[in-house]
Design a protein around this ligand. Structure first.
Ligand code: NAG
Ligand code: NAG
Ligand code: NAG
Ligand code: NAG
Ligand code: NAG
Length: 458
């Protein structure tokens, strides 16, 4: 069975998914995101620039003398990244190199300031991930100097050393920057990884078109596909293309993530199809706070008392046939559930006997939050629970009386169950080791927005 599911999952992933039926999200990385990258990027850049140098062959003397030169450390005091509209990102890094020259009779220390300039193009890769490539790269060299107080050297040797170092570094540094960017691309590729939603369900994001880049931000259209047992969840109606309005969320934030109504609808459809929202509420006999027994029901419905002279446990089978509906209004999100409840009693032969069934409508207020990479929710009942009798095997039911009883025994278990599910949450678009921090969720007419910082965990 697992093998069949595995195959189904594989097929679902390989089959081209129709773009129009995928719920949209937009991830906008603002200028503050580049500031963050330049802050955390200094250390990896320093490591990448620590290249090895070939020996210097000094032909000035009588004999050919190879001299070993080693980079002792690289310090990057300044790394500046800027968006370049319709293109990508411009990089400027100031680096100070410290060399040790293993010269006989005594070693020599050397400092060299270098400015690196690079243009990085951001595009959509073949597997629907963002891909960065270095399109231009230059290094500008300052003059080498010997640290004060160290052994002096002849100007001729300094010129020779400087020429050698520049010749080597002008190629190697740009190659190192390219390699660093390749590593970044591998990291960005994890965007499309399957993330678990529940035990048998996953979500997968992909970049659906070329990123939009302005001087202030890069905006990525990232669609989601939810899978249940390897099959994509397809909404009954075509999804509408989602665009993130410019001023949504808080200004100056690192990341702004727009989540379409379709994403909420898909997640709820997944929960319903998976049967995750169904639950059985069972009463225990001889417990004081349990109203679920035939003697308690029999006080309200005479026919129940007649059929069950001895108290028997009662079970509520709560089933969600209809998909829950999330409604997003400015500053408020609500959820409507329409459970069908079958009320059963355990008969003397320990078989279940259906007493009656109810159609219920519950309106819930939904609070959204983000923890690490997940969008989570908390629901609370809004107003009154609407209960109507769908069928009855115990004659006429006085709804006024049963309403209170059902409301009492049903509301809390349903809320606990729902909140446990919403608490698990659903992964937002992300790459490995990158978390959302201090996120605020804003709800607007037909969409939600997460304004957040980002934190890279090494
Ligand atoms: C300077 O030369 C002495 C030997 O003459 C050596 O021990 C020392 O390490 C050298 N200092 C530097 C900074 O290269
Ligand atoms: C490097 O030294 C040369 C000659 O002393 C000088 O002309 C030039 O301006 C210096 N360059 C820098 C970047 O300091
Ligand atoms: C049935 O429910 C009532 C109301 O909660 C309770 O007082 C009574 O003890 C219950 N009876 C049994 C047998 O559990
Ligand atoms: C949510 O917003 C809608 C539209 O503004 C309004 O009709 C509704 O009463 C609000 N609900 C809550 C719980 O605030
Ligand atoms: C639930 O909300 C809908 C839409 O706001 C409203 O029409 C309906 O009367 C509410 N039902 C209950 C049971 O509160």
């Amino acid at each position: 069975m697992t093998r069949v599911w595995g195959l189904g999952l594989l097929l679902a992933l390989l089959l081209p998914l129709v773009g129009t039926s995928m719920p949209g999200t937009v991830v906008r990385l603002n200028k503050a995101a580049l500031s963050y990258v330049s802050e955390i990027g200094k250390a990896p850049l320093q490591r990448a620039l620590q290249v090895t140098l070939p020996y210097l062959l000094d032909q000035s003397g009588e004999t050919l003398q190879p001299t070993r030169i080693q980079i002792m450390n690289v310090h990057v005091p300044r790394l500046r990244l800027n968006f370049v509209a319709d293109f990508g990102v411009h990089l400027l890094a100031a680096a100070n190199f410290n060399f040790k020259v293993f010269r006989v009779p005594e070693p020599l220390e050397l400092m060299l300031p270098v400015v690196l300039l690079a243009d990085a193009h951001v595009a959509q890769g073949p597997i629907q991930t963002p891909v960065v490539s270095i399109s231009a790269c230059y290094s500008l060299f300052g003059n080498a100097s010997v640290p004060a107080g160290s052994n002096s050297t002849s100007p001729a040797l300094l010129v020779l050393l400087q020429k050698h170092i520049k010749a080597v570094l002008s190629n190697k540094l740009c190659l190192s920057v390219s390699n660093l960017v390749q590593g970044l691309n591998v990291h960005l590729g994890t965007l499309i990884g399957l993330k678990p939603v529940g035990p048998e369900s996953q979500i997968r994001y992909s970049l659906v078109n070329v990123p939009t880049i302005t001087n202030d931000y890069i905006s990525l259209d990232i669609n989601a596909v939810l899978f249940l047992l390897g099959k994509p969840i397809v909404l009954p109606v075509d999804t509408t293309p989602f665009a993130l309005p410019h001023h949504a969320g808080t200004q100056g934030t690192v990341a702004t993530v727009g989540l379409s109504q379709d994403l909420f609808d898909s997640a709820l459809l997944l929960l319903q199809k998976a049967g995750a929202l169904n639950l059985d509420i069972t009463g225990q006999l001889n417990s004081d706070d349990n109203l679920l027994n035939t003697s308690a029901l029999g006080r309200l419905i005479p026919e129940v008392a007649r059929q069950f002279p001895k108290p028997m446990p009662v079970v509520l089978k709560v089933r969600l046939g209809a998909t829950p509906v999330a409604t997003l209004h400015t500053k408020n999100a609500t959820l409507q559930l329409q459970p069908f409840i079958e009320v059963l009693a355990v008969a003397s032969n320990s078989a279940f006997q259906s007493l009656f069934s109810l159609d219920v409508v519950v309106n819930l207020s939904l609070q959204l939050s983000v923890y690490k990479v997940k969008l989570q929710g908390t629901a609370s009942v809004l107003g009154d629970v609407q209960v109507t009798v769908a069928s009855s095997n115990v004659g006429t039911i006085d709804m006024d009386q049963v309403h209170t009883l059902i409301g009492t025994v049903f509301e809390k278990p349903l809320l606990d169950h729902l909140n446990a599910l919403l608490g698990i949450g659903i992964a937002l678009p992300n790459v490995v080791n990158l978390h959302y921090t201090s996120a605020k969720v804003f709800v607007y007419e037909g969409y939600a927005v997460v304004s957040s910082g980002l934190s890279y965990q090494h």
